[in-house]
Design a protein around this ligand. Structure first.
Ligand SMILES: *Cc1c(COP(=O)(O)O)cnc(C)c1O
Length: 380
């Protein structure tokens, strides 16, 4: 399908039905009594944060999570009404934003708690916070072994409700690190006990990201924070050889052949002349480049699908174009559809395939698809 007449024919198709199916598939897998916080930060990992949030909300997700308050405000302005947690906390001057839009925030320092408490008190409101514990990630959070004064201080803030206590795994996707993940779980459980002994019991206790929730049953608490697997990106963040829910990719990337030409043997193609034709070749030019998020490191390396067959990227990926060798593909014509990520007939290219070629993770691929590529939403 081409929904882009009047535009450059390069687009990302976002299948919201697959998003919903992944949500239910994961819910069935982890058990219905555990709540799911759907993570839609970074524009829904590049899939379109507002549309994904709205679909997940309509499927029954009670919680959404973003990285920064700015992202949460966009969701509120688009009509999202369920609970939203700002995973990265907030920045000085954003306290009123949280209160005005009824946003829950992670808190990882006492000065943060103090300024939010003051703002809430002035507004005669109670602000909901989730206390982030660093159990071994080494990123933001109160260290698990330095909590004595923290708890004392937290108890003085009358306008804050400690709604959640949470931590984040460093290596839940790596079976070799199961022992360390176990240590993180034990540290977290001890922290929760300490809080409870001093009279603070939170409604939500959450540890798990996607690999935590699937691989480490003991880490599910009563809420799990899921991003990647909702978007069908499991191939690289869930380890091989474990039991896992069925997932479907949500994003596919499509384009069209802009030009075809026959190039004699021995000619160079593209910037820096990194590819020399070894034979007379049919070369297709495709309107997608690194400004669209097609990584330049896929030069002479990536593949696309044309007429159900894989075709190799030749020469450098440039800002707005790639070149593809289609010499072995039958009946190729200008305007034929090109699948950059997705499947066509028997052939398929997953975001996980690109990321493994590039030694990164699929999240970086989908997050990197730029705003120049329109998202076309299907399903519902
Ligand atoms: C992004 C994020 C998640 C979601 O991780 P996935 O691997 O995408 O499921 C969970 N918790 C925190 C704190 C995060 O920042």
């Amino acid at each position: 399908m081409n929904a882009t007449v009047g535009h450059r024919p390069t687009w990302a198709e976002i299948n919201l039905d697959n998003l919903a199916e992944n949500y239910w598939s994961v819910k069935r897998f982890i058990g219905n009594d555990i709540e799911v916080m759907a993570v839609v930060k970074a524009n829904g990992y590049g899939h379109g944060g507002i549309e994904c949030a709205k679909r997940l909300e309509s499927e029954g997700a009670n919680w959404l999570a973003v990285a920064i308050p700015e992202e949460a405000v966009q969701l509120r302005l688009a009509g999202v009404t369920c609970s939203i947690l700002c995973l990265g906390g907030f920045w000085s001057g954003q306290e009123m934003l949280l209160l005005r839009h009824d946003l829950a925030s992670v808190v990882y320092s006492i000065p943060m708690a103090r300024s939010l408490n003051a703002a809430a008190e002035a507004e005669k409101k109670i602000s909901r916070i989730h206390i982030k514990i660093d159990t071994g990630m080494g990123r933001v959070g109160f260290r698990w072994d330095e909590l004595d004064n923290v708890i004392k201080e937290l108890k003085t803030f009358r306008s804050l409700e400690i709604e959640g206590i949470m931590t984040h795994f460093a290596a839940a996707d790596d079976l070799q690190e199961n022992e360390f993940t176990g240590v993180q779980i034990d540290r977290f459980n001890a922290v929760v006990e300490t809080f409870e002994k001093s009279g603070i019991s939170a409604k939500f206790l959450d540890l798990a990201n996607s690999p935590g929730a699937i691989v480490h049953e003991r880490s599910r608490g009563n809420l799990v924070r899921l991003g990647g697997i909702l978007y069908g990106l499991g191939g690289d963040v869930l380890p091989d050889g474990i039991d896992k829910p069925e997932l479907k990719p949500v994003m596919s990337i499509h384009s069209q052949i802009a030009q075809l030409k026959v190039v004699p043997q021995g000619e160079s193609l593209g910037y820096s002349r990194t590819f020399i034709t070894k034979r007379e070749s049919v070369i297709a030019t495709i309107p997608i480049g690194y400004n669209d998020g097609y990584p330049r490191n896929l030069s002479n390396k990536g593949n696309v699908i044309i007429n159900g067959e894989l075709a190799r990227v030749v020469g450098r990926v440039s800002m707005d174009w790639i070149l593809v060798d289609v010499s072995d593909i039958k009946n190729v014509k200008v305007n034929d559809e090109v699948v950059i990520i997705g499947s066509q007939h028997e052939a398929s290219i997953l975001a996980e395939n690109l990321s493994s070629q590039l030694e990164t993770i699929s999240y970086e691929i989908t997050c990197g698809i730029s705003h120049r590529v329109p998202r076309v939403f299907v399903g519902n």
